[in-house]
Structures are given as structure tokens and as C-alpha cells.
Design a binder for this molecule. Structure first.
Ligand code: PMP
Length: 419
């Protein structure tokens, strides 16, 4: 009996692409119930930055449970939460001279985005939000209205309103000039376009195809937002928590977002948590309990998340991330050069690297070939034509190299099969 096919909803997606039953995860290796090992270049869609079952994070959780630490606490004060807050402020915010309030909510990225949108609308008294083409911000209605992909949008069943989409920097019609066009529209009192509550942007569009915004464009976006009295929301749910070789994807880019949404990696061990960083002047607009969430007090996530912050007490992991990112980038560039007639393109930052193969069917066939040969990744972008690689930041270099070789061979096989 296949219990999944028989009883689990048709909504399954990864279960179809990776038809194996997984039983074990150790750092970058996932093992199925037949004992076959896979090198994980997907890491829970960017959740497992510190690998599967990192021993230190695991020990912290086991110790906490062993001592009957309170597991669930809504937003009551717990020692575990205090340690997390203190660790985040001291390790991440203070060294960067960043000043934010920390808002916890239900432990999904979508919920963090919902909270950010509500607050921006509250602060400005405006309804409309600007999001960008190929952006991904979540599946609940408010966040989904900001998500660009039509497959997801079509599932909404209701009109997705109060969000306008504008070309992302790297899309046709995007770039600095297009921000000028937007400015002209907003500044013209007879353009028929109302000023927005916020601009929401991913510095690196992860699901949208690993499209990287430049510092110049982001700065111009921030200036536009400020001039219009709108908030700048950076969605760092997938690109944050060290993925790019810095804690935040926007570091050293000369921007100072009003709200930063975080989720995925923040809970450390894959333990769910979401958190918004909110400027105090905006945060004061919340009334107590206006955006709740039963699971906003996940103490095992606070415990593992606090332990994970220790990776950022020095530059070891981040310098390794930058170095391994370069290995990935060089290898992908080599593949692109090998098939130069195909016009493949390499994009990314740190350990979010991608090969755009211009062909969704090819990317899908390559993903299946990699799965068969013991490597997991997820295609993304328009039509699924982008091979996105986001292994744990802690992946040993030999496994990183081995996974890249599996990918290269899969591409070679699939291009051979297609020709
Ligand atoms: N924003 C970004 C940038 C994301 O990548 C995702 C998840 N892929 C989300 C929001 C939504 O997060 P979740 O699936 O946890 O709701």
C-alpha cells in the first residue's frame, strides 16, 4: 500500500518529483528507507542552512526537553525566548548597528509577510502595496497577492487585490528608469495612481529564478519609498540567515528597510519560526494581540535558533559560505561555457547559485536524473527553467563537489538524450 498516494491530498508536489521515503538526515545527506543516500542541494527550500540534525542544535533541544522546558507558550515570556532575543540583538543587530523590534507570529514566512503588510497599511493609512514581477512572498491571500506566479495566484479563488506588480530590476522594463516612471506616476496628482503603503522586495528572488537586485536599484527603490511616505519591506525569508555569505542579503547595499521578514532558517534546525524586524516608530502602531498566532511561542525553535546564532559570532561559517559559493559559481559557469550555444546563464550570491537553462522540461529531466543519481535540487523560475542550488551552508566541500559533478553529468546525459 502506498499510503501517500492512497490517502494524502493531490496537492503533493515534491513527493512526486522525489519518489522516495526519507528516513534520515545528517548535515547534507538525506537517506531513504532503502538506504540510498542523496546529497541535499535543496535543504528544505532554504530552511536547513545549518544542515540536517546539526549535533549542537540537536543537543540543545534534547537538553531542553529532557529538563521539561516549556514547549509551547503563545507569547508568554519564557527563558528560552529571552535567550533568543538577547542572542539575536547581541549577535546580529548590535554589531551591524541595526535597531529593530522583534515581532513573532505564526511560524511561516507567509504569516510574517501578512503581518508586515498589515502594519505598513496601518502606519500609512493606505491600501495598495507594490510588489515585483517574479517575486514570491507566500500562499495566504495577502502574501499571495504579492506573489507573482500565476499557478499560485490562480488557486486563490478570489480576486487578489490591493497589490500592483512592477518589473523587477532584471526583468524587461525594469531597472532604474522604470523606478523613475513609477515615481512620475506617483508624483503626478492626475495620474490616477494612488500612493502605496509599501514596496515589498526580495534582494535575491529565490523562487522567481535567482534574480539578484543591485545595490543601486535597491537604493533608488528606498529613496522612492521614503519620498512617497511608503515603507520598504525586504523579504529575507529565503535569502537571509547567512545564505548569501552575510546574515542579511542586503548588507553593505546601503539600504535600511522599515521591515525585514525572516522565517525558514531562523529556527536553526528546521524547527519552525518566523520573525519580523520592525522599526520602533512603526511597531508602536500595533495594539496588543492584533496579529496573533497560536504557534508564535515555539520554544524548541527559540532554543535551536539561539544556538544557530552562535554561527554568526565570528566570520568562520560566513567566509566558508562565500568560498563554497564561489566553487558553486565556477562549476556552474564551466557547465554554461561547455554548452555556450545553449545560452545558459549563471546567477546568484553566496550559496544560492543557479543555472538558468532556458528550458523547463530540461531542468525537470535534470532534476529527475540527479535524484536517480543521489542528488536533490528544486527547479524554480518562470516555467521551472532555473536549476537553483541551495545546499546547507555546512556541507563538506567533497560532498559539494560530488553533487556538482552529479549535476554536470545529468545535464550531459539529458542534453544527449534530447539531441
Ligand atoms: N517569502 C519568500 C522569499 C519565500 O521564499 C517563501 C517560501 N518559499 C515565503 C515568503 C513563504 O514562506 P512559507 O512557505 O514559510 O509560508
Amino acid at each position: 500500500m502506498n499510503w501517500f498516494e492512497s490517502y494524502e491530498s493531490e496537492i503533493r508536489v515534491y513527493a512526486r518529483s522525489y519518489p522516495a521515503v526519507f528516513v534520515k538526515g545528517q548535515n547534507a545527506i538525506q537517506t531513504d528507507e532503502n538506504g540510498k543516500e542523496y546529497i541535499d542541494f535543496y535543504a528544505g527550500a532554504g530552511v536547513l542552512n545549518f544542515g540536517h540534525n546539526h549535533p549542537k542544535l540537536k543537543a540543545a533541544i534534547m537538553d531542553y526537553i529532557q529538563n521539561d522546558g516549556v514547549l509551547h507558550s503563545l507569547d508568554m515570556m519564557t527563558a528560552a525566548k529571552r535567550e533568543f532575543i538577547k542572542g539575536f540583538v547581541e549577535t546580529i543587530l548590535q554589531p551591524r548597528k541595526m535597531d529593530y523590534k522583534l515581532q513573532f507570529m505564526g511560524p511561516t514566512g507567509s504569516n510574517a509577510v501578512e503581518a508586515a503588510l498589515k502594519l505598513a497599511r496601518r502606519v500609512t493609512g493606505r491600501s495598495n502595496v507594490v510588489a515585483f514581477s517574479q517575486g514570491f512572498h507566500g500562499m495566504t491571500l495577502g502574501a499571495l497577492a504579492c506573489t507573482a506566479n500565476e499557478v499560485f495566484r490562480n488557486a486563490a479563488g478570489v480576486p487578489l487585490t490591493m497589490v500592483s506588480h512592477w518589473p523587477f530590476e532584471s526583468n524587461q522594463g525594469g531597472g532604474l528608469e522604470s523606478l523613475d516612471t513609477l515615481r512620475a506616476l506617483y508624483e503626478n496628482t492626475s495620474s490616477g495612481v494612488e500612493k502605496p503603503a509599501a514596496f515589498i522586495v526580495e534582494v535575491i528572488q529565490a523562487e522567481g529564478g535567482v534574480n539578484v537586485a543591485s545595490a543601486e536599484w535597491l537604493q533608488a527603490l528606498q529613496t522612492l519609498a521614503r519620498d512617497l511616505g511608503a515603507l520598504l519591506i525586504v523579504d529575507d525569508i529565503q535569502a537571509g540567515c547567512g545564505r548569501t555569505g552575510q546574515y542579511f542579503s542586503f548588507e553593505n547595499m546601503g539600504i535600511d528597510p522599515d521591515i525585514v521578514t525572516l522565517a525558514k532558517g531562523i529556527g536553526g534546525l528546521g524547527t519552525p519560526m518566523a520573525m519580523n524586524l520592525v522599526k520602533a516608530e512603526h511597531d508602536q502602531h500595533w495594539k496588543p494581540g492584533e496579529h496573533t498566532g497560536t504557534f508564535r511561542g515555539q520554544n524548541i525553535s527559540f532554543v535551536a535558533g539561539r544556538e544557530a546564532l552562535r554561527f554568526f559570532e565570528d566570520d568562520d561559517l560566513m567566509s566558508q559560505t562565500r568560498a563554497k559559493g564561489k566553487i558553486m559559481q565556477h562549476h556552474l559557469q564551466r557547465i554554461a561555457d561547455l554548452y555556450s550555444a545553449k545560452g545558459f546563464c549563471v546567477r546568484g550570491k553566496g550559496m544560492m547559485q543557479a543555472l538558468d537553462v532556458n528550458d523547463g522540461a530540461l531542468a525537470k529531466a535534470v532534476a529527475r536524473d540527479c535524484f536517480d543519481n543521489g542528488m536533490l535540487f528544486g527547479p524554480c523560475g518562470v516555467g521551472g527553467q532555473v536549476i537553483k542550488l541551495i545546499p546547507p551552508l555546512t556541507i563538506p566541500e567533497d560532498q559539494l563537489q560530488a553533487g556538482l559533478v552529479i549535476l554536470e553529468q545529468a545535464i550531459q546525459r539529458q542534453l544527449g538524450a534530447g539531441s
